[in-house]
Design a binder for this molecule. Structure first.
Ligand code: HEC
Length: 223
């Protein structure tokens, strides 16, 4: 009897551990897919911003505001509109290289460090990260903004004499942040449901297998 009791304990533990393992895999896969989709969305927003600003720069006439100011106004308007929906909100800002900004100083020390890192790197590439900020889960994409043309350097050099810009210098970065808290919460709820369902399914399966084994043992014993 003791032997049977131990067996029962063992199969309950196995069913439990199996459900936990399946749920962890489920949560991991759904969250990484969600995080990847959101990162793609942030990247698309960055590309669209660049396309709009480049188009504006090519059609603007003397007397219109400079493209950088146009971009700043548009990004502020976009980001302010998003705060009405903090659950799925995306915010965007173009921050300067720390210590050499014209107008936008990066407030987040870790983003500021990343921008400084871009400037010191031979081949700065986009950085995608997930951080916890003010108790919320935030997905962030930091895209280096490099002086691709001489006009970038020339204009910035007239605005400030903190350094002399040249083509190829990293002048700042486009920072796009999306709030992942709402999505993570939904995934947590789905995972709980998945856990309960897999527990039930594995439990029924284990019970069924045990009954089948018992029947087989009975047949063997009768021989
Ligand atoms: C005609 C002048 C002019 C040109 C050309 C220009 N910028 Fe700027 N840039 C500005 C001004 C003015 C601001 C500040 C805008 C604001 O926040 O209102 C700015 C802001 C920025 C910022 C945000 C950080 C900061 O310093 O406030 C970055 C990054 C930047 N420019 C990069 C570039 C790059 C890269 C190019 C070339 C592709 C470029 N700029 C071309 C005038 C210019």
């Amino acid at each position: 009897m003791e032997f049977l009791g131990l067996n029962r304990f063992k199969s309950v533990t196995l069913v439990f551990l199996g459900s936990i393992a399946a749920s962890v895999i489920f949560a991991f896969l759904t969250f990484s897919e969600y995080a990847r989709e959101m990162a793609e969305k942030r990247q698309q927003l960055g590309k669209m911003t660049t396309a709009f600003v480049a188009t504006y720069a090519s059609v603007r006439t003397d007397g219109s505001i400079v493209p950088a100011s146009y971009r700043k106004l548009a990004l502020d308007r976009f980001s302010t509109g998003q705060t009405a929906d903090p659950q799925n909100g995306v915010t965007m800002r173009m921050s300067g290289l720390p210590g050499h900004e014209i107008a936008t100083v990066e407030e987040d020390p870790s983003v500021a460090d990343t921008i400084t890192g871009f400037a010191n790197s031979a081949d700065p590439t986009r950085r995608t990260e997930i951080v916890i900020r003010n108790g919320r889960l935030v997905g962030r994409t930091i895209e280096p903004s490099t002086a691709t043309e001489r006009s970038c350097a020339a204009c910035h050099n007239t605005m400030s004499d903190s350094r002399s810009w040249a083509v190829g210098d990293v002048m700042g970065a486009l920072v796009v942040e999306s709030d992942l808290s709402g999505g993570a919460m939904r995934i947590a709820q789905n995972t709980t449901l998945f856990f309960v369902l897999s527990l039930a399914a594995l439990g029924i399966f284990a019970r069924h297998e045990k009954a089948r084994m018992n029947a087989a043992v009975l047949i063997l014993e009768k021989r």
